[in-house]
Design a protein around this ligand. Structure first.
Ligand code: NAP
Length: 284
């Protein structure tokens, strides 16, 4: 079984960005600037944000972290986002999710200007994806597409199954796979007989947010399984799939940790770079 590690994929993406940045020096362009908004003090979100800041440092991007109290009102967060949208020094904005329960996530995300939407989560970014016109797509599904490319796993003409339809993972992944000419089935919590259905697919992408929900033997023998799940248990980080029993049954599996996670951050850097480059190239 091939372990589809994310770090070599992420390193490859970082190298590509560094090469492109060399040309930026010739233009004397300011380095890309990512601003991350963190509302509240969710420990997991704090860790993810630190990783994002480290990645910015590694590439020489400017990164700003705006920490806001979890009591912040919808009005104040709206004003903060509008301020950042209008700040010409900011190239990309990422609002770390989840937001506290009193804030309407979709409405708040939709306030991010389309030309600064680093995780491509706004309704206008998703519209561009659905019509295959996107310049950037959501980081996690885009990172998964890079894993497939890096390991030479071609989904064209294949029947593939995505389990989970969130706007941040399953839904954009469905469209990215469709754009690569896979025939995509999208399953979710209301799908009937999922455990029977799953056995029919050579590629399965699991993003349900339930720790170790699937066993390796639930999948068809020889299947490629991409496990997006990420759960912090006392025993450590685990995914939505139990890795035990995968060797000898699956042909490839992303490890957790070390699979999809590193590529998500690399794609955030890549998206920030692309948004910044577009703004540098725009006629002033
Ligand atoms: P989410 O918003 O909770 O969405 C979960 C999706 O799974 C929903 O569409 C839900 O269906 C479906 N689902 C739930 N239980 C199911 C079941 N038993 N059978 C079939 N479908 C089921 O989660 P998310 O944000 O997409 O995240 C999914 C997982 O990926 C989480 O573990 C998260 O931590 C992880 N994640 C990892 C990264 C990374 O960088 N590695 C990034 C993002 C997310 P309904 O729509 O019907 O409710």
């Amino acid at each position: 079984m091939i372990e589809l590690k994310g770090k070599p994929v992420a390193d490859f993406i970082y190298q590509q960005i560094e090469t492109k940045l060399e040309k930026w020096s010739e233009h004397k362009w300011a380095r890309p600037h990512l601003t991350v908004i963190l509302v509240g003090a969710d420990p997991a979100s704090q860790v993810y944000v630190q990783h994002k800041q480290k990645a910015c440092e590694k590439l020489g991007f400017k990164s700003t972290l705006i920490q806001l109290p979890d009591s912040i009102s919808e009005k104040d967060l709206t004003e903060k986002l509008q301020y950042l949208n209008n700040d010409p020094s900011v190239d990309a904005i990422l609002m770390q999710l989840p937001l506290p329960a009193h804030l309407p996530t979709k409405k708040m995300s939709d306030l991010i200007a389309a030309n600064k939407d680093a995780d491509a989560l706004t309704s206008s970014s998703l519209g561009l994806l659905v019509t295959a016109q996107q310049m950037v797509a959501s980081c996690t599904p885009s990172g998964i597409m890079e894993i497939l490319k890096f390991y030479g796993l071609d989904v064209a003409h294949k029947n593939v199954l995505v389990i989970g339809r969130s706007l941040i993972v399953g839904f954009p992944l469905f469209h990215l796979l469709n754009q690569k000419n896979a025939t995509v089935t999208l399953a979710h919590s209301k799908t009937q007989n999922l455990k029977l259905l799953i056995k029919e697919f050579d590629f399965v992408f699991v993003a349900i947010g339930k720790a170790q929900y699937f066993k390796a033997s639930d999948f068809k023998k020889g299947a490629v399984v991409i496990d997006v799940g990420m759960h912090r248990l006392e025993s450590g980080l685990v995914g939505d799939v139990q890795a035990e029993g995968a060797v000898g049954h699956l042909s490839a599996l992303t490890p957790v940790p070390g699979g999809v996670g590193p590529t998500t951050i690399a794609l955030l850097m890549s998206n920030t770079f692309k948004l910044a480059e577009k703004s540098r190239m725009a006629p002033s």
